[in-house]
Design a protein around this ligand. Sequence first.
Ligand code: SD4
Length: 328
Amino acid sequence: MKRRKFFKYGLGGLILGALEPVKAAEFITNSHDQEIRPIVLSTWNHGLAANEEAWKIIVNGGEAIDAVELGVRITEADISNRSVGIGGRPDSTGHVTLDACIMDHRSRCGAVACIEGIDHPISVARKVMDETPHVMLVGDGAREFAMDMGFSKIKTPISEVKKDWKQWKKEEKEKSKRPEINHENHDTIGMIALDTNGNLSGSCTTSGWAYKMPGRVGDSPIIGAGLFVDNDIGAACATGLGEAIVRIAGSHTVVELMRQGHSPQEACKKAVDRIIEKHDDLTGLQCGFIAIDKNGNYGGYSVYNGFNFAVKTIEGANLEDAPFDRNW
Ligand code: SD4
């Protein structure tokens, strides 16, 4: 067994950022005498930068809910990203419609779906959670709510994306093609985190399936599908073909499997197995899950190769290839 280093912090708070030696620790003992292994986990390569932002909150003793919101805002703000935020690809009619959800350790949650012209859907989802009695707002209602909350209007699609969309329109044969969901597309960001108080939260944000039917919503803003958190057990989120993830209530399934005693890794694999069982045609059907449990253990799994996820712990940052069921 690896040697563990213990660090204790007083009631004055956890100023972990200021304490260099903590980097070597596998877990910390917080001011409530709990041993915690704080962690941030998020989907795909873009998760690396997002995790760094989230970690700033975690390492200073902040709440996981703030970490997962601020973390994925980094990805939403990156206009070179074609699958998250305002740089995302539009639906078949040229409208960029965004989906997002967020959930905290008290099972509070908020979501927006099919929202257009707002740059940070994750923060609108947070406002739905914090400021309304509802869980989800969609379409124009979500947009009006965002504007009431002080979010500014953004023009989408950005010109490069518009050019691509026009080209896609021209290529009639491309219209029925299922868009490839893989690491080159960078895809949805889902983030889950365990903070130094031992609390879990998660977030998920996407522009969804490129050139989707107008009004189409995938798994990403659906609590239980794209994201689920149960503070007694663990947290999970999903990426890939949303329709397949919704069919098995993917992220909720992963958390329930952890409740039954499976490790995060096994739980993700079992959820993927279920997707495979429920679909006769797996052509291009990529789905991946990531999960963490209350003890800071983590894992991921995908249908096909090519899915990776970013891990941030006290010991450092990593990009890991998820194990998978089959090769493309
Ligand atoms: C969706 N799950 O809208 C999203 C897309 C995605 O990796 O995650 N791509 O279906």
